[in-house]
Design a protein around this ligand. Structure first.
Ligand code: FPP
Length: 246
């Protein structure tokens, strides 16, 4: 990953205390089904929710919002749905990058995005490069992302460094692994939200979630909005985080 600016820590800490929220955006298909619409209509409504929630995250003072848009397992879906999702992602970056940039947002993509279609890779890299020098919050999109795959890629890079003699095996600790993950330059994950009533992590940010608070809501992703994010942050504020201590 190219070097990126560090998060701006000079802004006053918001009352909820969360720096980094990640969301498993689930329930687009069920939202569409309830309305007798095709699944793509649910994904389109999901993009509208992404816009609302990205704006709300900026207003609420988050340093980073990470959104699980396409998992490394989502390739198992029918080719038409995969192609629809890629089209929506492409269109989203093209149409929203100006607003992100104007608001000082840094757009990041995590996951093995380099394996995507070359013109999409180019679009992603140019959007990241254009916003890399901004000092506002990070909106990170997880694309072709799987936490196990992220850890495998990190382990391979560490093994390469050991093989080259740049790193000693006994120097591989938590910090060394952290530094090789796609999220290396992002703030620690505070809150992981999943919509649609499912209560599992589905291979999302497994390492980073070690001490994150988990928040599950029955709301389907296309219905999620600023109020729903505020509710999640209220719940987070009331959690007693001990990180293994007393
Ligand atoms: C899960 O709903 C959602 C996804 C697999 C894709 C999420 C994608 C978007 C919200 C749109 C594109 C994103 C961006 C950032 C522009 P599901 O299809 O599994 O729903 P279901 O479980 O109800 O079938």
């Amino acid at each position: 990953m190219a070097t990126q600016a560090k998060p701006d820590l000079t802004r006053a800490a918001p009352a909820h205390g969360a720096r980094h929220v990640a969301i498993i955006m689930d329930g687009n298909g069920r939202w569409a089904k309830k309305r007798l619409l095709p699944r793509i209509a649910g994904h389109r409504a999901g993009v509208e929710a992404v816009r609302r929630v990205a704006r709300a995250a900026q207003d609420m003072g988050l340093e980073c919002l990470t959104l699980y848009a396409f998992s490394s397992e989502n390739w198992k879906r029918p080719a038409t749905e995969v192609s629809d999702l890629m089209g929506l992602l492409r269109h989203f970056i093209q149409s929203d990058i100006d607003e992100f940039h104007a608001n000082g947002v840094r757009l990041r993509v995590i996951g093995n995005y380099r394996a995507l279609e070359p013109s999409l890779v180019q679009l992603i890299e140019s959007a990241m490069a254009r916003t890399a020098g901004n000092t506002g919050p990070v909106i990170a999109i997880a694309l072709n992302y799987g936490a196990q795959d992220e850890m495998v890629r990190a382990a391979q890079r560490l093994a390469d460094r050991v093989a080259k003699g740049d790193l000693a095996t006994h120097d591989i600790g938590i910090a060394a692994i952290d530094a090789e993950l796609d999220t290396a330059d992002l703030p620690p994950l505070d809150l992981l939200v999943r919509t649609s009533g499912e209560q599992r992590l589905s291979n999302f940010m497994l390492w980073q979630a070690a001490y994150a608070e988990l928040y599950f809501t029955d709301m389907l992703w296309p219905d999620f909005d600023a109020h729903a994010l505020a509710q999640a942050l209220d719940a987070f504020r009331l959690r007693d985080r001990r990180f293994g201590g007393l």
